[in-house]
Design a protein around this ligand. Structure first.
Ligand SMILES: *Cc1c(COP(=O)(O)O)cnc(C)c1O
Length: 787
């Protein structure tokens, strides 16, 4: 294990030196000193892991996004040196909480990127030979601010202080060709530290650089811009993360990013395979590659290219190798998220990819004909159709496994979206319900609850075996235990209040119910529905038609994609609703609304532990899984949600009676003919009252017209969608009823605490350790490396 003494000594020396030099001991600086000392100790451990992994089959997780969050505390916890270093710091008169000043590594948009981060943590903790590949964006997901209630975006300069956790690996670089030009892919390795194990896996993030930084001849000829043109061209490729979540922005730069990630990663994997002295015919025996959505799917034709063009493998053999190597995870059922690239665009960037994909497509057509698929149906399955490359079809055809991310999602894929493919390759389809790592989302985020659980269970084994929480169910009616549980929730609420006071300048009381919806802003997630319900409750409170309302604060946190105008309109609307309600002294002691700024992993670490109510209200059939729902559950909140995604499995595990499920189910919406939201509006005075606020001057959208557009989106639709295509008005009455039911039932504090407790105690199956074990056994065929 790690030599904590040596680390502490080194840090002590550094800190004393800083004090002599009168440097400001900020969280960033302390974190940098700590991580530098730790990194030195980690390198030999990491080398040991690498050597062991040479002997066995390895799995690689390919993802365009990793939402890692802050690294320092997590690494200290997983290394088992947090408490010791905390004490050492106290001796130096430094508070370990200073580390909370450190910014997040936000190289992802939302759930998909966070899932990748949780998977890496579980992989290392389970001693699995699982390593990640991704992109080292110079700027991660934008920082959000509000100006007059409108979202404003600012660059996320996460490398302002050099990242102490990444190690530049000059020796593992390679070249990638784009638009006939060669650029350099330089890896930065971040250690992925298992919890109390010897395993140090790695996340290899590629940075794009020019082969020649500077053209001296051009400079001498006074062509200054041209002299650095190559540098700018290359660096633009990994300049910034695309801030779109669940939508496909068909852009040339995005294709370059995807191919760059795919090519560099596959070159690296093939090189490692060969260095280990193995033949390419054994490639799939030693390498499994998981594609996190379609973003890295160019890896499939890229491996074909390497095998055929560089290694002399035949097309037929290459097909077999590739298919036995790759597995694909689908994350969405929504059409706007399915990646389709214009074939001309791809041709201009990587012509060889188009040639290979065309050959693959021809082979697919042969296979379909041989399977007796009628021509018309085969056309609808073609990889290249109407001048576009369908990335999901390419992924399904040349993977041996296709998985959805929650049971209901996988069923919908099989029965609806990918039905033709399911009929053709039923054996490829499988479900892997998402999970979260309890190390970050309980041990790190909620230390009080974590310690209490350890006390009750008599050991901390649950940190690596979350099913042990089941044992806690027996305390579900134990008043003493529930009282302590409530005390912990109260502390966590106070911690969140402190943070909101500091960041948002708003005073909240921990005696309120905390009802929280945090996730990316998207129409299908229905933050708008939540805001409409709150507005209705507000008016009903003013009318005094709701009796005995327990004071509640409704908390939102969400970033909207910068180009997603309707999502930004919803942000503005929620901020307007908040302003109206928070400034109304008549109801102020009963209801408050706040939209916290810049929701990210670190904010989440304060929000999830403080929640009483977890809002998971997507239209049934739209949220593939959700993982935020699991974080709330693990921290002891009830779910107020639809029967969608992993909510289905959450209430199955924790009991319907301990949660609040409302609204139309998938089958009901499917059977719904001629849905007419305008009729609901006309026939319901309360719906009219809240919707009319959008157009009657109650709220001000700064003359943008965005509120009228929101109003129309529900009642009139637009060329690209039906009115109210996410069924807000359809679900609104049952949603309001469910919200009021939660409020009423909260009054029986013991009963409510018991519901929260049962959720926490039922969260075992939502550990990403369980998910990773399933991937390892069912898809990758890899085993933990012992010792
Ligand atoms: C978990 C998480 C998400 C995903 O939330 P969902 O509710 O599942 O969409 C998004 N962003 C951050 C910062 C997260 O931690």
């Amino acid at each position: 294990m790690l030599d904590t003494k040596r680390i502490a000594e080194e840090v002590k020396r550094d800190i004393q030196l800083c004090r002599v030099q009168k440097k400001d001991l900020t969280g960033e600086l302390i974190s940098a000193l700590l991580s530098k000392a730790i990194m030195r100790e980690l390198i030999p451990l990491h080398d040991e892991t690498v050597e062991k992994q040479r002997e066995v089959k390895n799995a690689y997780y390919l993802s365009a996004e990793y939402l890692m969050g802050r690294m320092i505390q997590n690494n200290l916890i997983n290394l088992g040196i947090y408490d010791e270093l905390k004490e050492e710091m106290e001796k130096l008169d430094l508070d370990i909480n200073l580390l909370e000043e450190v910014g997040d590594a936000g190289l992802g948009n939302g759930g998909l990127g966070r899932l990748a981060a949780c998977f890496l943590d579980s992989g290392a903790t389970l001693n699995m030979p699982l390593n990640g590949y991704g992109l080292r964006y110079r700027y991660g997901l934008f920082r959000q601010e509000f100006e007059d209630g409108f979202q404003k975006e600012y660059a996320d300069n996460w490398l302002k202080y050099p990242d102490p956790w990444s190690l530049r690996r000059e020796d593992r670089g390679c070249l990638v060709e784009l638009e006939g030009k060669k650029v350099r892919a330089v890896p930065y390795d971040m250690p992925v530290i298992g919890y109390h194990t010897q395993t140090i896996n790695s996340l290899r993030l590629w940075q794009c650089e020019a082969v020649e930084e500077f053209d001296f001849e051009k400079f001498n000829d006074y062509e200054y811009d041209a002299a650095v043109a190559e540098k700018n061209y290359a660096e633009n490729i990994t300049r910034v993360l695309y801030p779109n979540d669940s939508t496909d922005e068909g852009r040339k730069l995005r294709i370059k990013q995807e191919y760059f990630l795919s090519s560099a990663s596959l070159q690296d994997i093939v090189r490692t395979h060969k260095e280990n002295g193995r033949s390419l015919s054994a490639f799939a025996k030693y390498n499994a590659i998981q594609l996190n959505d379609t973003h890295p799917v160019f890896s499939i034709p890229e491996l074909m290219r390497i095998l055929i063009d560089e290694e002399g493998v035949t097309f037929e053999n290459a097909l077999d190798i590739v298919r036995n190597t790759f597995a694909y995870t689908n994350h969405t059922i929504m059409a706007e998220a399915l990646e389709k690239w214009d074939i001309e665009l791809v041709e201009g960037i990587v012509p060889r990819m188009v040639e290979i994909i065309t050959m693959i497509d021809a082979q697919l057509q042969k296979d379909l004909a041989a399977a007796g698929i009628p021509e018309e149906k085969a056309e609808g399955m073609a990889i290249i159709q109407d001048g576009k490359i369908h990335m999901a079809r390419l992924a399904i055809y040349l993977s041996h496994s296709v998985n959805g991310v929650a049971r209901i999602h996988t069923e919908i894929l099989k029965q609806r979206e990918l039905h033709d493919w399911y009929e053709l390759y039923p054996e490829r389809f499988n479900n892997k319900t998402n999970g979260i790592t309890q190390r970050r989302w309980l041990v790190l985020a909620n230390p009080h609850l974590a310690n209490y659980i350890t006390r009750l269970l008599g050991s901390d084994q649950w940190v690596t075996d979350l099913d042990q929480l089941e044992e806690l169910k027996k305390f579900g009616t134990d008043e003493q235990v529930l009282k302590s549980f409530q005390d912990i929730k109260q502390i966590n609420k106070q911690r969140l209040c402190d943070m909101i006071w500091k960041r948002e300048g708003m005073k909240l009381s921990p005696d309120f119910i905390f009802d929280i919806q945090v996730k990316r802003l998207h129409e299908y997630k229905r933050q708008f529905l939540n805001a409409l319900a709150i507005l209705d409750i507000y008016y009903c409170l003013k009318d005094k038609v709701i009796a005995d309302f327990t004071p509640t604060v409704f908390i939102f946190g969400a970033k909207a994609a910068p180009g997603y105008m309707r999502a930004k309109a919803i942000v503005k609307f929620i901020n307007e609703v908040a302003k109206l309600i928070n400034n109304d002294p008549e109801v102020n002691d009963l209801i408050k609304v706040i939209f916290v700024t810049n929701y990210d992993v670190s904010y989440g670490e304060r929000l999830f532990p403080a929640a009483d109510v977890s809002e998971q209200i997507s239209t049934a059939g739209t949220e593939a899984s959700g993982t935020g729902n699991m974080k709330f559950m693990l921290n002891g909140a009830v779910t107020l949600g639809t029967y969608d995604g992993a909510n289905v499995e959450i209430v199955e595990a924790a009991g319907m009676e301990n949660n609040y499920i409302f609204g139309a189910r998938v089958e009901e919406l499917e059977a719904l003919k001629d849905y007419d939201p305008a009729a609901l509006y006309e026939g319901n005075a309360r719906i009219r009252r809240i919707l009319d606020t959008l157009i009657d001057g109650t709220f001000d959208d700064g003359g943008t017209g965005m509120f009228q557009e929101l109003y129309d989106s529900l009642l009139k639709g637009a060329s690209w969608h039906d009115p109210d295509n996410y069924y807000l008005l359809y679900d609104l009455p049952s949603y309001i009823a469910a919200k009021l039911k939660v409020n009423k039932e909260y009054k029986d504090r013991m009963k409510f605490a018991s519901r929260c407790w049962m959720n926490m105690a039922s969260a075992g199956r939502f550990s990403s350790d369980r998910t990773i074990r399933e991937y390892a056994e069912d898809i990758w065929d890899i085993a933990p490396i012992e010792g």
